[in-house]
Design a protein around this ligand. Structure first.
Ligand code: GLN
Length: 512
């Protein structure tokens, strides 16, 4: 068994799980170590919107007792986790990064959360996010942005920047995310962590606050490919409460991560993702990763997906359309905030609704509601939403054609390294372009993963490589991801995250 570091927050989830199983450590110890780390650093990083100290310790205590009574427990039992604030948690505030849900305490758990509880993972708290998961930086959170542990003046990606920064600053060994257009993969890329968007329907959406129902997918976030696979296995699987949930076993992701074998695989480099607009260093680390995969025994070919060019445009019609409809339920009657219009005696329900939505939603959310309502309005529906759905079908055809000749596809995850807070906030188009490489997978429902590819610019910031696989072949992401991760750890002399000069790095931790 691997020796655990003295600071338990530096251990992988897999090593913590082994030590817990052999009763070398208790879940209460591991959970307390993380709560201490949160108290020490979250004032600077702002990864959490809510820390559930009592709840986490009670769950840790309960799992320790179950273990001592001889109960056979799941692989991750006792390992604490951070949960993105888009997932409902019974008795624990869930805001989705929005003022409109301030003060809402859900009466039920999302299926993913139920699975975490049943598997014995204490929930440390809820992570920050762009409001209703709209954004690539967490700057659209109504509660202020999270910061990138590599450089606190920079964004940790979005919408799941709370979950990525929690991992990169060692405030949790595991986290959950949701990915509608890239919100798991892009934050992973800019923080040198790992994240997977499973096949659409592979993880239940029940109890996730919906953004765009045909694109939303919950998934696992970790610091290593194996940790991410272990969490994927816990989160995934059929759920009768979600009509789009796939009734099939979770793909063998853990086995694939452990085998870490790419020999004989055919890997396609997507010609359309990685050219103009991609930072040269991001591209260079990507090319090196591809060369490593070839050395490991994979065959690499270039593949063209001509319709990916239209993915962003189609996404920004489909997403706002579905979001405008999903967000209609925030009507001041059922959840959270209620604002009475000023100077109106006995206001009507509609007036209360308007005042509440005006005060409760931020600018990006309003922008998308207006866009979506317009695109769906009578007379425009076919021209906008209808055309976008046709483009979506063409993108799925591009994937099908590619997968008839290769096993997986690869590209850079995001075009640039982490930008400075404030840099893109006033320019929606610049913000949207962060997801140019991740959106095609959501439109087609296929799985994708990001792992760190190395340091990519003169500021020493990390980049990510994206791996994509056919639907329900999620295990291929883990075969390729784990093999490449091993080769990259050799090449860089350790995990890339250890090179962070700030809060995340090995050097910083030693000095702390
Ligand atoms: N950044 C993208 C957007 O703003 C993706 C969001 C997501 O995946 N939730 O829509």
């Amino acid at each position: 068994m691997t020796d655990l570091p003295t600071d338990l927050t530096r251990a992988t989830a897999a090593d913590l799980a082994d030590a817990l199983a052999s009763k070398t450590i208790s879940s209460v110890e591991v959970t307390q170590a993380h709560l201490d780390r949160i108290a020490a650093v979250d004032g600077q990083v702002h990864s959490y919107l809510h820390v559930d100290t009592e709840g986490a310790l009670a769950q840790a205590q309960a799992v320790d007792e179950r273990r001592h009574s001889g109960e056979s427990l799941g692989a991750l039992a006792g390992v604490p986790i951070a949960v993105k604030d888009v997932m409902t948690t019974r008795g624990v505030p869930t805001t989705c990064g929005s003022r409109i849900l301030e003060g809402w305490i859900p009466p039920y758990d999302a299926t993913v959360v139920t699975k975490l509880r049943e598997a014995g993972l204490p929930i440390l708290g809820k992570t920050n996010m762009d409001e209703f998961a709209m954004g690539s930086s967490t700057e659209h959170s109504a509660y202020g942005p999270s910061h990138n542990p590599w450089d606190l003046d920079r964004i940790p990606g979005g919408s799941g920047g709370g979950s990525s920064s929690v991992l990169a600053s060692f405030q949790a060994p595991l986290a959950t995310g949701t990915d509608t257009g890239g919100s798991i993969r892009q934050p992973a890329a800019v923080t040198a962590t790992v994240g997977t968007k499973p096949t659409y329907g592979g993880v239940s959406r029940y109890g996730l606050v919906a953004l765009a129902s045909s694109l939303d997918q919950a998934g696992p976030c970790g610091r290593t490919v194996l940790d991410t696979a272990l969490l994927h296995a816990v989160m995934g699987g059929h759920d009768p409460m979600d009509s789009t949930s796939i009734d099939a076993p979770v793909p063998p992701v853990v086995e694939a991560a452990r085998a870490a074998d790419v020999r004989g695989m055919r890997i396609g480099v997507v010609k359309e993702l990685g050219g103009e607009g991609y930072q040269p260093g991001v591209r260079a680390r990507f090319d090196e990763s591809v060369a490593l995969l070839e050395e490991l025994g994979a065959e690499v070919v270039e593949v063209s997906c001509p319709n990916f060019e239209y993915a962003l445009a189609a996404y920004y019609l489909i997403l706002p359309s579905e979001a405008s409809s999903n967000l209609a339920k925030f009507d001041a009657m059922r959840y959270g905030l209620r604002v009475l219009p000023e100077g109106v005696d006995a206001p009507s329900a509609e007036q209360v609704m308007a005042a509440t939505r005006d005060a409760g939603f931020g600018a990006e959310v309003k922008r998308r509601i207006i866009l979506g309502t317009y695109a769906l309005s009578s007379g425009y529906y076919d021209a906008y939403y209808g055309s976008a759905q046709k483009v979506r079908a063409l993108i799925a055809q591009d994937f099908d054609a590619a997968y008839s000749t290769v096993d997986v596809l690869v590209s850079p995850t995001a075009p640039t390294t982490a930008f400075k807070l404030g840099d893109k906030l006033e320019d929606p188009m610049a913000m949207y372009l962060n997801d140019i490489a991740t959106i095609p997978a959501n439109l087609a429902g296929v799985p994708g993963m990001s792992i760190p590819s190395g340091l990519a610019d003169e500021d020493g910031l990390p980049a990510g490589i994206q791996i994509l696989a056919p639907a329900m072949k999620d295990e291929r992401l883990y075969s390729v991801g784990a093999a490449l991760e091993k080769a990259l750890v050799d090449r860089w002399g350790g995990p890339i995250l250890d090179r962070a000069p700030s809060l995340g790095g090995a050097a910083a931790a030693k000095g702390a």
